[in-house]
Design a protein around this ligand. Structure first.
Ligand code: ARG
Length: 463
């Protein structure tokens, strides 16, 4: 069905039906209806103040837009592909309702500054929602860490047993990732909060508009200072997606750990049943679906960031229709990230570290070898020589399938006569972690301190 176009004046034939559907964005940009209406209300109030609209026009526009909003929210509103996008659908409906005042609304404005405004408003709200989930997740990390400040587990490099650490310390590493993500989010939310409204198509407008007024009505911190940039800039979308890709990359890394750790081979943690699913054929299976899926979804979010960078890289100033392609990747990024954060924030505090199993894992793989070398250094052996001596002891342990702590004092003294009975204090896992007692170290005392500070840092970050 052909609908009369709001821009139909200079055209002598109807748009090709396929082209109409192909170029339309209403299928996905209608989710910005509330922002579009808020922008129109702010613009109309400003036009009335500068004398372009009468008081009656303004009242009609306000009443009309309120009715349209209610129709959209109740599902009665009929979206038309022929009207291309959310902006023209709402404008046409307004004119159908209130007549000429509806046609005057678009004075001193273009869809170019309108869409740029709508996306900023939409994304600003999304940032607030994402921020809340991220804070909830960070709080979950603190909670999990505080319950495991003295839970000992093997720490890894190259996925080989390296040195014993506390599980609380490991979880606090996740917390640090989340805090950096939060700071990136807040930074990008602050930078995006500038109003493009008034830039019109690209060059500004001949009407004596009050940009500060519309900006402050809409809760922006200020106005975009160059009209050409205002309509064509999508940096704020890219920045958000870069933040999102980094955040979900972190979730993906942590997911990988959760998947490994919940396997029978590692047996480090139990994930609550409500975050897992079973197998239709293997009755014993409990699959860590949530972390697996989030690991998978990280690829999609990273892909959206790449799409947006590619979308922008070839565009000359100012607005180009290409920009319509910004919305689907952005919306999917928001949805995917919010869902992933929500699932993670729900799941993390319910993770249970299996203490016994972690201790026996930490005992495998000579996790306290560095402690023995450090012990010899204190006794005056140069570190490289100490490394060599302990290497020999580890070699003997591998051959005889015994941990360093299983050797007798006599046996240890074969490797160095400087070893005395106090060596067993440091060959234990507890001794090993407790001795790394400095800021950022794995000692239970430090982890408790880090958790307490984490709470303070988080409440300061909430602003
Ligand atoms: N639907 C368009 C978009 O999403 C709105 C702006 C279109 N402006 C234009 N002059 N065609 O970017």
């Amino acid at each position: 069905m052909t609908q009369s176009k709001l821009w139909g004046g200079r055209f002598s034939e109807d748009t090709d039906a396929f082209v109409e559907a192909f170029t339309a964005s209403v299928g996905f940009d209608q989710r910005m209806y509330a922002q579009d209406i808020a922008g129109s209300l702010a613009h109309a109030a400003m036009l009335q103040k500068i004398g372009v609209l009468s008081a009656q026009d303004l009242t009609d526009i306000q009443t009309g837009l309120a009715a349209i909003k209610a129709e959209i929210e109740s599902g009665e509103f009929e979206w038309s592909v022929g009207l291309e996008d959310v902006h023209m659908n709402i404008e046409a409906a307004l004119t159908a309702k209130i007549g000429d005042a509806g046609k005057r609304l678009h004075t001193g404005r273009s869809r170019n500054d309108q869409v740029a405004t709508d996306i900023r408003l939409y994304l600003r709200d999304a940032c607030t929602e994402v921020e809340q989930e991220l804070i909830r997740l960070a709080t979950g990390y603190l909670d999990l860490a505080s319950r495991n400040t003295d839970t000992i587990m093997p720490g890894f490099t190259h996925l080989q047993t390296a040195q014993p650490v506390t599980a609380g310390h490991h979880v606090m590493a996740w917390f640090e990732m989340a805090m950096r993500d939060l700071s990136r989010l807040q930074d990008c939310a602050r930078r995006m909060n500038q109003s493009p409204l008034g830039a019109a198509a690209l060059a500004g407008t001949t009407y004596p508009i009050d940009r500060e007024m519309t900006a402050s009505t809409l809760g922006f911190d200020g106005v975009c200072l160059n009209s050409l940039d205002a309509v064509s800039d999508r940096d704020f979308v890219i920045e958000f997606c870069a933040f999102a890709a980094t955040t979900i990359m972190h979730l993906s890394r942590i997911s990988e750990e959760l998947v490994l750790w919940s396997s029978a081979q590692f047996d480090f943690i139990a994930l609550p049943d409500r975050f897992c699913t079973g197998s239709s054929i293997m009755p014993q299976k409990k699959n860590p679906d949530v972390p697996e899926l989030i690991r998978g979804k990280s690829g999609r979010v990273t892909g959206h960031l790449m799409s947006l960078l590619m979308l922008m890289k070839g565009q000359p100033l100012t607005y180009n229709k290409d920009n319509q392609e910004d919305k689907e990747p952005l919306f999917d990024t928001i949805d995917t990230l919010l869902g992933s954060l929500r699932a993670f924030a729900d799941m993390v505090p319910a993770i249970e570290f299996k203490r016994e199993s972690l201790i026996s894992a930490a005992k495998k793989g000579f996790a306290t070898a560095t402690d023995l070398a450090d012990y010899l250094v204190v006794k005056g052996v140069p570190f490289r020589d100490a490394h060599e001596i302990v290497g020999k002891a580890v070699g003997a342990g591998v051959e005889q399938q015994r941990d360093l702590a299983d050797f007798t004092l006599d046996e240890l003294q074969q490797f160095s006569p400087l070893i005395t009975a106090d060596v067993f204090d440091i060959l234990t896992l507890e001794g090993s972690v407790a001795s790394r007692n400095h800021i950022g170290g794995t000692a239970p005392e430090q982890v408790k301190h880090a958790v307490a500070q984490g709470h303070q840092r988080l409440s300061a970050a909430k602003q």
